[in-house]
Design a protein. Structure first.
Ligand SMILES: C[S@@+](CC[C@H](N)C(=O)[O-])C[C@H]1O[C@@H](n2cnc3c(N)ncnc32)[C@H](O)[C@@H]1O
Length: 273
């Protein structure tokens, strides 16, 4: 994937956004990986490992008798991920810098796992097909992807919540990531020659002053702003992203409302041929 296509940018702020995102979505990913059958002693490939949050979660699931290999095209974020793995004391996690489609990773993994990565691929089924060849027959292919069919929502609604919802969803056909990858996973598995996957869907939700969702939504919009500006002409002054988290917090807390974040779809299947 050419560097400029990674619409959320590659800054240190983006790395921090990924880490905050994991604080919210990590428990969902753990439940998903457990349901998919990832467990102690397995050798797992983590596709698009980013700042290492899924690799760290996998290290905990497979334990010292297992191993995790992350593959990631951005060398700067691999440095961050490696430092975090070292700080956590894991010796069985390593990273390969390269493109998912042709990085030099060995075969015979018990599972390949990825989160928020197929949504960035021009041809997700092709990437799935290639990654599945790294897994042994009977091994697990498990991907966890957002679907903005239900974008960030507040119940009950408010003017601000409706605005955030409108800003968060690029118009159909806009360049950038596939915001409905979750509901497209089933088809992508079939097109990749894999069995129709089992699916699971979950969304984080919360309220009150300490809920991290307000900051997460604001940070995501901050990362997306340049691309949204190009695609839709969205005026950054209208979003006023620097005050957005506090305005959302005041809106939700003041009305004892709840915020629901975008759905996560998990898909898993076992390689059969
Ligand atoms: C949104 S981040 C998610 C990181 C991590 N999976 C997580 O859940 O925290 C997507 C990552 O995938 C990487 N990536 C996207 N397409 C890639 C490709 N074709 N080959 C290798 N890495 C890729 C990006 O550089 C980025 O670090």
């Amino acid at each position: 994937m050419p560097q400029d296509d990674y619409v959320l940018g590659r800054s240190a702020a983006e790395t921090q956004r990924l880490i905050l995102q994991h604080q919210i979505y990590g428990p969902l990913t753990r439940r998903f990986l457990h349901a998919a059958g990832v467990g102690a002693g397995m050798r797992v490939l983590d596709a698009g490992s980013g700042a290492g949050d899924v690799a760290l979660l996998l290290a905990d699931l497979v334990g010292p008798s297992g191993a995790v290999v992350g593959v990631e095209e951005n060398p700067a974020i691999v440095e961050t991920a490696s430092a975090r793995v070292d700080a956590a004391g894991w010796r069985n996690v390593s990273f390969v810098v390269g493109d998912l489609r042709d990085a030099p990773v060995p075969e015979g993994f018990d599972a390949v796992v990825g989160r928020w990565v197929l949504m960035y691929q021009p041809d997700p089924a092709d990437v799935l097909r290639r990654l599945a060849t790294r897994v042994r027959i009977g091994g697990i292919v498990a991907f966890h992807e957002n679907d903005f069919s239900y974008p960030p929502t507040v119940f009950p609604e408010s003017d601000l919540a409706r605005q955030v919802l409108r800003w968060s969803v690029p118009p159909p056909g806009a360049p950038g990531p596939e915001m409905r990858m979750g509901t497209q996973l089933y088809r992508a598995y079939l097109e990749a020659g894999l069995p129709g996957p089992e699916l699971m869907v979950e969304a984080p939700a919360g309220g009150g002053p300490d809920w991290p969702g307000y900051g997460y939504v604001a940070d995501t919009l901050r990362s997306l702003l340049p691309a949204l500006q190009r695609a839709t002409g969205l005026d950054p002054a209208e979003v006023d992203v620097d005050t957005l988290a506090e305005r959302m917090r005041a809106d939700v807390v003041g009305r004892s409302a709840v915020q629901m974040l975008p759905l996560m779809f998990g898909a898993w299947a076992r390689r059969s041929v």
